[in-house]
Design a binder for this molecule. Sequence first.
Ligand code: SF4
Length: 281
Amino acid sequence: MRIKVARNSGFCFGVEKAVNKAFEATLQNKENIYSLGPIIHNKQVIGKLIETGLDVVNTIEEIQHGTVIIRSHGVGIDIYDQAELKNLKIIDTTCPFVRRIQNIVKDYYQNGYKIAVIGDPKHPEVIGINGWCKNQALIVQSESDIPEDMDYYDKLCIVVQTTMPLSRFETLSEQLSQRAEHVEKFDTTCFATKERQESAKELALEVDAMVVIGGYNSSNTQKLVDICKRIRPHSTFHIETASSLDPQDFKDFESVGITAGASTPEWIIQDVIKYLNKLNN
Ligand code: SF4
């Protein structure tokens, strides 16, 4: 069985930076280091961080003193104010791609634009972005989220969650644009996501089966699964670690491709490669 790894897969630079900073912080100080939500959507990495002393909390109210790590998804502007009021040290690992969206939203909101965010309203990145326009954004994930009686705006600014497929941005932003006199739209999808999606598609077309590695709750991994399933509906396997692989699933394939979401570390990818190589022997 031939095994091939996608050209672009695994940790993106934003996640890598966040994870490294979190490990650095816990190595320097074992107590009172908190992350606001899990640093990444990967249980195995979070487990290791907790072992080194990180506490994962859901709200800033849970922290009395110490250091708060803001993850790559970013947070609303009010969280910075609350952290300052509590005299917390902030380690900010907001990804530059997300920071760009936050700055656009802040500037255009201040200049009187209605903000529309194309994305998942429950995703922390989108919740954070909304916090840069006083939580007043119109959040649209699919066509059905665009209200039929939507107001007609003088000025509308449209941004998109970093991990959304470009095609979704194009379709929905086109429809939203009909609802305003003057529209500014920004393709704020990130290149790391695009690269991983394109590489997964390329590889799925080349091999008999695809293994997609990444958290079951990771949005960018789920998109890779969807892309691979469209091409290999019966031979795409989504796993978090090698232990979920079933040797029986691979006995009829001559080639297997591997891809991994942006929050999957290299050691988990290597474990899967080793496992599949063992099947070959
Ligand atoms: S997927 Fe993109 S936006 Fe998200 S952390 Fe990675 S580089 Fe940043």
